[in-house]
Design a protein. Structure first.
Length: 320
């Protein structure tokens, strides 16, 4: 059985469809299934629900709406790191620069090879045209009895060879062009840029380090947050896209003085999507919900925060 910590790590890393999470999540049952009423919460301050008053709940984790680990697509030495941990970045912003190595020289060589291949193709084209004309003339002379048949066969052979030379030159151009495109792409990839607006969550390398292809360089999280939670079918079957749910930090409910928690500690979210299937290994269903933007500005929620999730709507019926 995976412990609570292990489950939360798996949940934070999971997508909307979970494969291979072996975990038994124990949902907390209660004797009273009445949830908090949204309109009442807005009308006046209210206390947190006692454990005996809360409806069934499941654990969730606050995660970024987007998160990407940026790896190097080329090998080289880190020359520049333009950002540090916690920096806000904009899409397309330069984050790091790797040593270009011999890429510029190889690109120049590939361009020369293409130019030579094009010249060769032009010469082959002229030779082929000349060979075809000579073949036609020879054919006419042979028909008139002016030359022997061997001369016509020679003219045909020259035309065939010239055509092969022309095709070979075209293939050389294609190969050299493909190599040039790869080299120019590699040169572009020595500049690491932000894939979207966000925040630098991790920096794996420092200036001077030599990285290989696939080495992680940075992790970027989007500024927006959502909650990813998992529950058994009896809980999740009562939810759908658009359903409002309440969130509160797990520590606030588990601490010794959690009998009363200020209403401001609660956050609200709207279910974005729910996995269509039950994960066979965990027997859980995964869902994601968007946290209200106005609450994000004032709450203490951060990526990685563990929360308890339960439905907000008091008329939502959840089987026991």
């Amino acid at each position: 059985m995976m412990n609570k910590s292990g489950f939360l790590v798996a949940l934070a890393a999971s997508g909307i469809v979970v494969v291979g999470i072996v975990v038994l999540l124990a949902t907390r049952s209660s004797s009273d299934n009445h949830a908090m009423d949204d309109s009442a919460a807005r009308a006046k301050p209210q206390r947190a629900l006692l454990a005996s008053e809360r409806p069934p709940e499941v654990l969730g984790v606050i995660v970024p709406e987007q998160s990407v680990q940026i790896a190097s697509n080329v090998a080289g030495r880190v020359l520049v790191l333009e950002v540090k941990l916690g920096d806000e970045v904009k899409q397309g912003q330069l984050l790091a620069k790797l040593d270009e190595g011999d890429l510029p020289e190889r690109i120049a060589y590939a361009k020369v090879a293409i130019a030579k291949a094009k010249t060769g193709r032009h010469i082959a084209k002229l030779e082929y045209s000349d060979a075809v004309k000579k073949k036609v003339r020879t054919s006419k002379l042979e028909a008139a009895g002016g030359i022997a048949g061997e001369a016509l066969e020679t003219a045909k052979a020259r035309a065939s060879i010239a055509r092969l030379d022309q095709n070979a030159a075209g293939s050389s151009i294609g190969l050299a062009s493909a190599e040039l495109a790869q080299l120019e792409k590699a040169l572009t990839e020595t500049e690491i840029r932000a894939p979207f607006d966000g925040v630098v969550a991790l920096v794996y390398e420092t200036v001077g380090n030599v990285v290989s292809v696939g080495s992680p360089l940075l992790k970027i999280n989007s500024s927006g947050l959502m909650v990813r939670f998992a529950g058994p079918p009896k809980f999740m079957n009562g939810l759908e896209a658009g359903t409002r749910v309440s969130l509160v930090e797990d520590t606030e409910l588990d601490s010794a003085d959690s009998k009363r928690t200020e209403a401001s500690s609660f956050s609200k979210a709207t279910v974005r999507r729910i996995a269509p299937d039950i994960d066979p290994s965990s027997e859980l269903i995964i869902a994601e919900a968007d946290i209200d933007e106005n609450l994000l500005a004032t709450s203490q929620l951060r990526a990685g925060t563990v929360v308890n999730v339960w439905p907000t709507s008091s008329d939502l019926s959840i089987p026991q």
